[in-house]
Design a binder for this molecule. Structure first.
Ligand code: HEC
Length: 320
């Protein structure tokens, strides 16, 4: 009904007024039909009014009412209808006559209805209940958010990190200051299997005299090859030895859809808390990603993350 809008703020009043008008209209209609000798039996009038109210609540009211609310209104209106049909002894007798007729099996038609109600209906309901309890062999649908919204803070080894302001303490320039620009300039090329850009000996992680950033990258690499490569693969492409045993499969860091589009602190939180630390949207938590806070120190986590960025040639996303 788009031509008759529900006025915001007056919706309940409008609903009651509309329902009252409709019921009055039915009453008047019934009165006239009765005058003409075609009155509607009480039983059917009661059912009709009740069904009308249910349809009204379902299709007229917007936004849609939840089923539980309609169930409450349905019960209340049922009580009202019972009060109406049992107003006097004669009316009550008139209302219940069709029910008694069916139960007594007065005519063949009544007997047929009785058979349906007492035999077919329970069987149907039983079949329905059986079907809904029967275990299904279909795999349940798994909807999973790969990158759920991170929490504002995360507590690792007793220290609280605010993800918006936390920084990787090893992402430092020559002066030892946090400097994402500097470290971005010293990563490998953005493709797997290619040689590193040769910027100089200070960019060679195998250089035993390497200092600062590139030395921490090497340390992160050691951590990676001791802990992560089984799953995430020697080339960080998610093709580790064990990778195919798991669903979801380990993240492919060379894919632009993983660490490349994440803030470094998000990755820190993910590595520290692992698959079981995922929030509700990460359901069903089937990820085997271990909660690394149980095995690595905070420093080791920061270093291994830096290694992952360095090796794949991606920059962590900044808070934009
Ligand atoms: C037992 C296998 C396994 C090991 C070992 C493992 N991971 Fe994972 N990791 C996974 C799986 C599976 C996923 C993908 C599912 C998910 O998002 O949780 C994942 C996801 C990740 C992600 C999230 C990427 C994203 O796009 O959200 C990061 C970061 C990560 N791992 C880092 C690490 C680091 C660092 C280590 C080593 C310290 C490591 N993983 C070791 C299995 C593993």
């Amino acid at each position: 009904m788009t031509w008759l809008k529900l006025v915001e703020g007056y919706m309940p009043m409008q609903m009651i007024a509309e329902l009252t008008l409709c019921i009055l209209f039915f009453a008047a209609l019934n009165y006239m039909l009765k005058k003409a000798g075609m009155g509607i039996p009480k039983f059917w009038a009661g059912i009709g009014v009740w069904v009308f109210i249910q349809l009204y609540l379902k299709y007229r009211i917007y936004p849609p009412l939840p089923f539980s609310i309609r169930a409450i209104y349905g019960t209340v209106s049922l009580c009202g209808i019972f009060m109406w049909v049992s107003g006097s002894q004669a009316e009550w007798e008139e209302f219940r006559r069709p029910i008694l007729d069916v139960l007594d099996g007065k005519t063949p038609l009544h007997r047929a209805v009785r058979a349906v109600l007492l035999v077919a209906l329970p069987i149907g309901l039983g079949a329905f209940a059986f079907n809904s309890f029967k275990p299904s062999f279909e795999e349940p649908i798994e909807l999973r958010t790969v990158h759920p919204a991170p929490p504002a803070t995360t507590k690792v080894h007793g220290k609280t990190y605010v993800l918006q302001v936390a920084q990787n303490p090893y992402r430092v320039n020559k002066e030892g200051k946090y400097d994402q620009e500097y470290t971005n300039a010293h990563i490998t090329e953005q493709a797997m299997g290619r040689l590193m850009k040769s910027l100089g000996p200070e960019d060679n992680p195998w250089n035993p005299n390497a200092e600062g950033y590139i030395k921490y990258v090497r340390e992160g690499g050691e951590i990676f090859f001791q802990n992560c490569h089984f799953c995430h693969g020697d080339n960080l492409n998610g093709r580790g030895l064990w990778a195919y045993a798991f669903n979801p499969i380990p993240a492919n860091f060379t894919d632009a859809g993983t660490i490349a589009q994440l803030q470094e602190t998000f990755v820190f939180w993910r590595v520290a808390k692992g698959g079981i630390g995922l929030p509700g949207e990460g359901f069903p938590w089937a990820s085997v990603m271990p909660p690394w806070e149980q095995h690595l120190t905070v420093d080791e986590i920061w270093k291994v993350i830096m290694f992952e960025y360095w090796h794949t040639g991606y920059y962590p996303r900044t808070w934009d």
